[in-house]
Design a protein around this ligand. Structure first.
Ligand code: GAP
Length: 517
């Protein structure tokens, strides 16, 4: 099935099974804003727990923070967001649609890549086992021609971005003959900058209202609390502050479901280090974060680093962790060496000294910062995309059957255990409830008695429940149940008394954390 179709199915699945809903749906929705349903909120909370505990429990020198969304407006002037948190925009005059100029060009680059990959796939099919992909890529004229086009465009695009040259971005779009996907025309406006922050007012206008912003990143809340945490926590450098919270951006190209939203959640950690040591710490955090992603078991080859062509105004090194989504490799997390830019700016704008006295060096300095920043919602989408499987099964009567199964890591699954009475009578429902009453303090359980057992299993597969327990007449005689495993669909008879131990082992975060050490 085409990757695009899989993605469409995944979006539909998220709605059908209570993971993600369009915000304000009964009013026809609000663009790029989403709500999480009964299963989505559980998965989201589990993702946050995986991140939070891996930061503040596994690292003695990382502590948490929960700062307010509203902050003093000068913070955004100091951080550079008022002046430089912009996207280059271009409008198509016929469709009146607005696009990010850089995204249009990136899509063009992706088209060249796609053409090369198609040639490779065709040749692979033709030559079978004897196929040498490296040699093919180095010699095939069509691949080489597309590679050359890619290289030329990439070099020109990187330069335009680095030079902040908006006229050149427009010229690239013209030269590449990029057309509006809606109108099909190349009738473009000039490229101009558009600030992504949402603004509002605090206080009544008669008092002289204060213009405030909805934070576009959680990081600034950490920077402005650096001194508070360092002093009250008696923290010694190197140390980190971690925070999970909402962020808001007036995204223009808001597409691909929850990949790019206007209201989203970030999990950010700022690690304060000695000046000069930041690039070593940057490498260490790159490795730590990649391990965290790979520990989920979705295949090491599906992740890669992407080194930034254009560094943000605050960074001296930056990479993204990218995952192979159904629509290609895309950023899930950013790791940035932010130098002392933010703390120095806040020192200057606030007039307060923001420094650290280093007893080993016997001097004070403004710490340097390495940041890890990941979107909860984007991580959610990555996990859903990686877990979603449509499987063909051999049915008992020899006919083909299919099931949709979410192969979620058990620790992240919204429901850990479904308990099902085989029939709705003979005391089986009561026994099932008794089992839930015992296990509900340890795991999120669900009682399900509607429809055939087969249908109930499918329902649980579709939300990723790793264990289903069936209570039957034998249960009443010998206190055993059937446990069915989501991934293998194997079933076995076990004692009720053993359930807790068996499930606890599998759904615990410990197994994931053990892979991080
Ligand atoms: N403090 C640094 C910072 O905010 P960023 O690369 O702009 O860096 C970090 O964002 C992460 O936040 C991204 O890797 C992505 O996972 C997530 N993110 C950013 N913008 C987003 C959006 N509009 N919708 C959903 N997630 C977003």
């Amino acid at each position: 099935m085409a990757q695009e179709d899989i993605f469409k199915k995944l979006v539909a699945h998220c709605k059908e099974y209570g993971f993600v809903f369009q915000s304000s749906e009964i009013y026809d929705g609000l663009g790029a804003v989403y709500d999480y349903g009964q299963n989505g909120v559980e998965l989201k909370n589990n993702i946050k727990k995986y991140w939070w505990d891996s930061m503040v429990m596994l690292h003695e020198n990382v502590v948490g923070l929960d700062s307010a969304i509203f902050m003093h407006p000068t913070i955004w002037k100091a951080s550079g967001h008022v002046d430089a948190f912009n996207d280059p925009l271009i409008d198509n005059k016929d469709s009146k649609k607005r696009y990010r100029a850089d995204v249009l060009i990136e899509d063009q680059l992706a088209k060249f890549e796609e053409k090369m990959n198609k040639e490779v796939a065709k040749a692979k099919k033709r030559f079978g086992d004897a196929f040498d992909e490296t040699q093919f890529r180095e010699t095939n004229p069509r691949v080489l021609a597309n590679q050359q086009k890619w290289n030329d465009l990439h070099a020109r695009f990187s330069k335009a971005l680095n030079d902040n040259d908006l006229a050149e971005l427009k010229q690239i779009i013209v030269d590449q003959e990029i057309a509006c996907p809606i109108s099909g025309t190349r009738n473009w406006t000039d490229v101009r900058q558009f600030n992504l922050m949402f603004g509002t007012e605090m206080g009544s206008t008669s008092d002289g209202a204060l213009k405030v912003y909805l934070r576009p990143e959680t990081a600034q809340g950490i920077f402005v609390n650096y001194l508070n945490v360092q002093k009250t926590g008696r923290m010694k450098i190197p140390f980190g502050i971690a925070q999970i919270g909402k962020a808001f951006r007036n995204e223009i190209v808001a597409r691909q479901f929850i990949f790019r939203m206007r209201e989203f959640e970030q999990m950010e950690m700022q690690f304060f280090v000695r000046p000069g040591s930041e690039l070593d710490w940057f490498d260490q955090w790159k490795e730590t974060r990649m391990k965290w992603h790979r520990a989920l078991g979705f295949g090491d080859d599906n992740y890669r680093f992407h080194v930034h062509e254009k560094l943000a105004h605050y960074a001296n090194a930056a990479v993204d962790v990218e995952y192979k989504f159904p629509f290609g490799f895309k950023e899930v997390e950013g790791i940035h060496s932010r130098t002392d830019f933010d703390l120095s700016q806040h020192q200057e704008f606030s007039g307060k000294k923001i420094q650290y006295y280093d007893p080993e060096l016997g001097k004070s300095y403004v710490p340097y910062v390495v940041e890890t920043s990941i979107g909860v919602d984007r991580m959610f989408l990555q996990i859903m995309a990686a877990s979603y499987n449509e499987e063909e099964l051999e049915a008992a009567n020899g006919k083909k059957d299919t099931r949709v199964v979410l192969r979620l890591p058990a620790a992240l699954a919204p429901i850990k255990l479904a308990v099902m009475p085989l029939v709705k009578k003979d005391g089986l429902p009561e026994k099932a409830r008794e089992i839930i009453d015992d296990l509900k303090f340890d795991f999120k359980c669900q009682y399900d008695e509607k429809d055939s057992i087969g249908k109930r299993y499918r329902r649980q597969d579709a939300v990723g429940t790793p264990f289903c327990v069936t209570v039957d007449h034998q249960t009443l005689e010998d206190a055993t149940v059937t446990i069915r495993y989501r991934d293998t669909m194997k079933q076995e008879r076990v004692a009720i008394a053993d359930l807790k131990g068996m499930i606890a082992n599998e759904v615990s975060f410990k197994a994931l954390f053990a892979k991080l050490n």
